[in-house]
Design a protein around this ligand. Structure first.
Ligand SMILES: [Zn+2]
Length: 428
């Protein structure tokens, strides 16, 4: 015989277990029951069965007494009614009799936090129950039980249900506003998942960095940055700080025009979430007239990776103002356009950024170049190329580190005086 009842009696003959820890071993059996109900029901049926055996003389008082002791002190009245006296009642082998108190305490604490912080969607996490988890797994294995639920899963579920009933807030696995992590040793920590906003920025002026550029003296090399504009959102959402994830980056002295560059603004640890995106756009655009933002929508984390990837892979169109040492002839322009048609460019890391980046060789394609001569030494070039091409070096050749280059094809030193990004191809 290996029924639930027999398993229960076998387990209780060897280990003291509270209702909840016994019930949890059979958590997959029966629906709509709490594990403590399961445990109590099993113990009562076991008591009835053992009483029957005792009456038939098939169970000694001593054996009955030791099983009663393993049921726990709250079974004292039931056992003593059967004439089983002077039993020494033991604490639960798995939880030490602490589980009910833990559930009660943390349910109350989390519910208070939910109400205080006005959280509407929450999630419960549980940490550091190693010893309890280990003991329950050992018992499940010892008795060949495959219907058990882990104590972590039970705590999350039971506390979550209690918090929902008390506060009206809903457990939400997909998009919780707050995650309450219960650490039995250290207490509760609250994590508020970041808010992620998809936007574009246009940079109308030069001398604006994407991230603040702090000098050795602690000052700012450039007064404005894209990050500084976005950081205004930390207070709007009552968050701790912000991170920006952009689809690539233009140089400080390069304007970002046209359709702008995509970025995801991440607000960390926000205490507010339901902010109208029109207000967000307004706040971003208030920072300076030199940066214009367009805000689209709230997005999920996976968009961050796609944004970053698209910065590396998507093609761009640049406008370069090129100054050439020699006098420009008309056929120079024709030659240049013809030469840089689907042309592969081999570039070693530009000298100007060698201090920050490793010296590597990069191959990028120029798809097309269109030019217009402005004066004897100046022309404008529209350059459509792969993402990641160093355009200034495409023009001047960077002392031979970029080849081929405009300077090389024109046979004269050339220099990129101004550069604008006109278009970043968006793949999101
Ligand atoms: Zn227990």
């Amino acid at each position: 015989m290996n029924t639930i009842l027999h398993k229960t009696i076998k387990i209780l003959s060897r280990y003291p277990l509270c209702d909840r820890c016994l019930g949890r071993l059979f958590a997959e059996l029966g629906r709509g029951l709490d594990n403590s109900e399961r445990g109590r029901s099993l113990k009562i049926v076991a008591l009835m069965h053992l009483h029957d055996l005792m009456r038939k003389g098939e169970l000694s008082i001593d054996d009955m007494s030791s099983i009663c002791g393993n049921m726990g002190p709250e079974y004292e009245p039931l056992c003593s009614a059967l004439g089983i006296k002077d039993v020494s009642y033991n604490k639960c082998h798995i939880c030490g009799g602490n589980l009910e108190e833990l559930i009660h305490r943390y349910s109350k604490e989390v519910a208070e936090l939910v109400l205080r912080e006005k959280v509407r969607r929450f999630l419960i996490g549980v940490k550091s129950l190693k010893e309890i988890s280990k003991r329950e797994r050992e018992i499940a294995e010892e008795f060949g039980i495959d219907t058990w639920e882990s104590v972590k899963s039970e705590l999350k579920r039971v506390i979550g249900k209690h918090v929902r009933d008390v506060t009206g807030a809903q457990p939400d696995f997909e998009e919780p506003e707050a995650i309450f992590i219960i650490d039995v040793d250290k207490g509760i920590t609250v994590e508020r998942p970041s808010i992620l906003i998809l936007a574009d920025y246009i940079k109308l002026g030069r001398g604006i960095s994407q991230m603040p550029w702090v000098t050795k003296e602690g000052g700012r090399k450039y007064p404005l940055s894209v990050y500084d504009a976005c950081s205004k959102l930390a207070s709007v959402y009552n968050g701790s700080d912000i991170v920006i994830h952009a689809a690539g980056r233009e140089d400080v002295d390069v304007r970002m025009l046209g359709t702008g560059r995509s970025l995801v603004i991440e607000i960390r640890q926000p205490r507010r979430r339901d902010v109208d995106l029109k207000l967000v756009e307004h706040v971003l655009n208030e920072y300076t007239k030199w940066l214009r933002f367009k805000v689209y929508t709230y997005v999920r984390r996976e968009i961050v990776r796609r944004i970053k990837e698209s910065g590396r892979t998507s093609y761009k169109i640049y406008r370069a103002l090129v100054v050439v040492s020699k006098r420009i002839e008309m056929d120079d322009m024709e030659r240049l356009e013809k030469f840089f048609h689907n042309r592969e460019i081999v570039q070693r890391t530009p000298r100007r950024i060698l201090r920050r980046k490793k010296d590597v060789v990069r191959i990028r394609k120029v798809f097309e170049v269109k030019t217009r001569k402005l004066s004897e030494h100046v022309f404008v070039a529209l350059i459509r190329c792969e993402g990641g091409l160093y355009v200034k070096e495409l023009v001047d050749g960077d002392g031979g580190r970029t080849a081929p280059s405009f300077a090389e094809v024109l046979g004269s030193p050339s220099y990129c005086a101004e550069l604008d990004v006109l278009y970043v191809h968006k793949q999101i």
